[in-house]
Design a protein around this ligand. Structure first.
Ligand code: UD1
Ligand code: MG
Length: 482
């Protein structure tokens, strides 16, 4: 729960308007994803976990429509008290904060004498516990609380300049403005602050842009506090990993790797066995039951759910896939938006395209592709087949090399593809094709090598191939000719 003094309401400001030049990408920086979600979602979820009712202002600019619509489309944020403020030109973090404080949201903060928690949109790894500690009320003589951290490599971050080595904070100096001596300082500001609203509002109006980047720096408010004799409370964070900023694609990859290891670890502690955590990728949104085994190189994303005791083989890629209890998804299998039943076996090297359903204890073997197809319980499609737009019943055996010919090259009433319906207990020999639309009734047999163009009634035997003719001695005759 939100740790706050009842008399000091708190608002949250997230800075997300920057150009993100160093990303060298059209996509706004805060929409780049790690763990299957945009950077800004990680920040926003962390904030709302600690303060679900706090008024949150997101400052947007570069790609603002994209950022706004992405946030508003997510149902998790539907109940949040969200306001978007536009920063028309990106003139620095101080200017972004000023846009927010000059808005109606800002007036509400000053009027209610709130504390304003400021966070950048590009710090996706901050834990909710950090947000909670930043929310603790400020003392009467404190204007701001600043979060700092000692980094092994402080390159690129604003350095904390103190009076003497451990004295009070005097100012923050940005990398580009720092002297060689200041660059040696390893304590940095993480761009996370709690400000008293009145101090923030007044301070932002006094900022100047006379610095190496010609920008209005939010960091300069710390020097203002020191000059006016107000205290800066410092929260020193000891886990530098939590404060990894994302400014370029390399940092995005690093943050992604850290988040992934957190997800894998959390699932491992809940009973999932990862053979090699360092090569396994698991989105935040993936759920596991106990007793699951995940082999090296698996990539599990989206709304994927893995049932109790299931085995996920090496290099399996699952996106929005539900895997039933005890199922075995073997090496190299790729599946999207599909369901695999309890005890089913899929792969190695099977491809389940969207809207495929594999029944309980069914078997989908190597080099089998399914698309929009339902495979009944205990049915076997063991080798080298394509089933598209098919419904296959229970206890069916489909031999090697079966193909549903579902497209005749025409589009009728918006429908391009035709369905194949195969009943229960059907036996299809190897190397058959069905020319859809077509139905094969329950219990029917289809001889190997048949091309089925017409419906087959239940319990019938269909043979659709030309009869074999053997000509005795004819081979010898041919050889004689050559
Ligand atoms: C900033 C801090 C630096 C700190 C670092 C921590 C300043 C001047 N520097 O540097 O001291 O160590 O974060 O990660 O504050 N933004 C806007 N509008 C703008 C400019 C930026 O909304 O005009 C947003 C960006 O979208 C981003 C955040 O502010 O989410 C921080 O901006 P960024 O350019 O990443 O600042 P850093 O160089 O990382
Ligand atoms: Mg940054």
């Amino acid at each position: 729960m939100l740790v706050t003094h009842s008399k000091t309401p708190s608002g949250v400001m997230i800075l997300a308007a920057g150009l993100g030049k160093r990303m060298r990408s059209e996509l706004p920086k805060v929409l780049h994803e790690i763990g299957g979600e945009p950077l800004i979602f990680h920040v926003l979820s962390g904030v709302l976990e600690s303060a679900p009712t706090a008024p949150v202002c997101i400052v947007v600019g570069h790609g603002r429509e994209q950022v706004e619509s992405r946030v508003l489309a997510d149902p998790r944020f539907a109940k949040a008290d969200l306001t978007f403020v536009h920063q028309p030109e990106q003139k620095g973090t101080g200017h972004a904060a000023r846009c927010a404080m000059d808005s109606q949201w800002g007036s509400r903060m000053t009027r209610t004498q709130s504390t304003v928690l400021v966070l950048p949109g590009d710090l996706p790894l901050i834990p909710a516990s950090l947000v909670q500690q930043m929310f603790a009320p400020l003392a009467r003589n404190e204007a701001v609380r600043l979060l700092t951290c000692e980094l092994t490599d402080p390159t690129g971050y604003g350095r904390i300049v103190r009076r003497g080595k451990q004295g009070s904070v005097l100012r923050i100096v940005e990398e580009k403005d720092a002297s060689a001596r200041e660059k040696l300082i390893r304590e940095v500001g993480a761009s996370i602050y709690s400000f008293k609203a009145a101090f923030l509002k007044a301070g932002l109006q006094r900022l100047s842009n006379k610095n190496a980047q010609g920008e209005y720096y939010l960091t300069d408010l710390i020097a203002q506090a020191a000059r006016s004799g107000k205290k800066t409370d410092v929260l020193r964070w000891s886990h530098e990993e939590d404060l990894r900023g994302v400014n370029d694609p390399w940092e995005l990859a690093q943050a992604g790797r850290i988040l992934n290891q957190r997800c894998v670890r959390a699932s491992a502690l809940r009973g999932v066995r990862f053979i090699d955590p360092s090569t396994t990728w698991v989105d935040l949104t993936v759920e596991f039951d106990e007793g699951v085994v995940v082999h090296p190189g698996a990539i599990l994303s989206g709304s994927t759910k893995i049932g109790r005791g299931a085995v996920i083989g090496p290099r399996v890629v699952l996106e929005d896939v539900e895997v039933g209890a005890g199922a075995n998804v073997k090496a190299g299998t790729i599946a999207q938006s599909s369901r695999i039943g309890d005890g089913a076996q899929v792969g190695p090297y099977a491809h389940l395209r969207p809207e495929s359903v594999v029944g309980e204890k069914a078997k989908i073997g190597n080099f089998v592709e399914l698309k929009k197809s339902v495979i009944g319980d205990r049915t076997s499609v063991a080798h080298l087949s394509y089933l598209g737009d098919a419904t296959v019943g229970k206890d069916v055996n489909i031999g090697c090399g079966f193909v549903t010919c579902n497209f005749d090259g025409r589009v009728i009433d918006g429908q391009r593809k035709h369905r194949t319906v195969i009943g229960d207990n059907v036996f299809l020999g190897s190397d058959c094709q069905t020319i859809a639309p077509v139905r094969i009734g329950d219990g029917a047999y289809v001889a190997s090598g048949s091309t089925i163009t017409e419906d087959v009634e239940p319990e019938a035997l269909a043979i659709a191939r030309s009869r074999q003719v053997n000509k005795p001695g004819y081979a010898r005759k041919l050889k004689g000719k050559s």
